[in-house]
Design a protein around this ligand. Sequence first.
Ligand code: NDP
Ligand code: ZN
Length: 352
Amino acid sequence: MKSFSMIEIGQVGWIEKDKPTAGILDAIVRPLAVSPCTSDIHTAFEGGLGDRHNMTLGHEAVGEIVEVGSEVKDFKPGDRVVVPAITPDWRSIEAQDGYHQHSNKMLSGWKFSNFKDGVFAEYFHVNDADMNLAKLPEEIPLTTAVMITDMMTTGFHGAELANIKIGASVAVIGIGPVGLMAVAGAFLRGAGRIFVVGSRQNCIDVAKSFGATDVINYKNGDIAEQVLNATNGKGVDSVIIAGAGTEIMKSAVKMTKPGGTISNVNYFGEGEIIPIPRIEWGCGMAHKQIRGGLCPGGRLRMERLINIVKYGRVNPGKLVTHVFNGFGNMEKALLLMREKPADLIKPVVIVD
Ligand code: NDP
Ligand code: ZN
């Protein structure tokens, strides 16, 4: 079968691979729609995870099941499914402890295009199908559904980690697709005032539609100063980081109130150290919590997010700005994600 792979750091392309086979609990899925992620760019072009050779890229897909193992109970060939980016080993001590994202090892719940072949191939393997897949309701379009697998769960996790109280002030740094879903998540969690930091107009428009109240352009000077000026020098209760490089932590800490929370869902693809500014962190005594996490995956998480879409709470389909028909466009879509033209939020490739 054909696989769109990271051949080595800096080089991607189509290669031939053996079709995967299902173990007794697993499924083999044929993708119907896929989307490249900024994380694929960090992994393939920046070597964010270290060396990977001939590894199929991609972790955002909805698809059709073509094969299931003998012990799979709830799914059968022909079912259309939402496949979470994170497909943990649910029989692990870490999952039992509440951190399925790190089942067996740090970040190991993230298997696709990290510890095993990803979803940009004619077929891909899903471990523990009953625990990791969710049925795709008829009424949700494929392009919208593929946004649930990673963008929605990640952005919402940013809001979950941010300890948002009803009426609280929140700043979302970065309003690419992840940050936009964090805005929607902060709104659902009851934020009163939501600052967003970005520069591209189409992202700002979507951010406002998801509940942003104040827009800060990082190209117009220090973003922490801008947020402090707008809040009588107090700062915000919660900051969600969903963009920029490691230096952004300095701004995030600076614009957070004492007792506030900094929530990071960025994948810092480069650099050795993430700097915490000493004075703004109260010389270590400001009670400003810094948290960060990989998005939750698995079946229950997907089913809950599907409900949010199905019952009209949030429409993640707004993120999709470019739709390509045909798997042959995979490279074009991935490179768009690298170039980030002004009109792009997320591209989707319809496979057939
Ligand atoms: P994008 O690159 O599309 O968006 C980045 C955003 O950050 C843009 O709004 C950009 O603004 C803004 N930005 C860039 N530089 C700065 C700066 N110096 N100061 C302030 N804002 C800045 O990324 P995605 O939304 O696709 O992804 C965000 C991050 O989330 C990535 O690192 C990705 O790898 C990671 N990720 C993490 C996951 C997890 O589980 N934790 C899962 C999925 C993704 P503008 O465009 O206006 O210039
Ligand atoms: Zn991703």
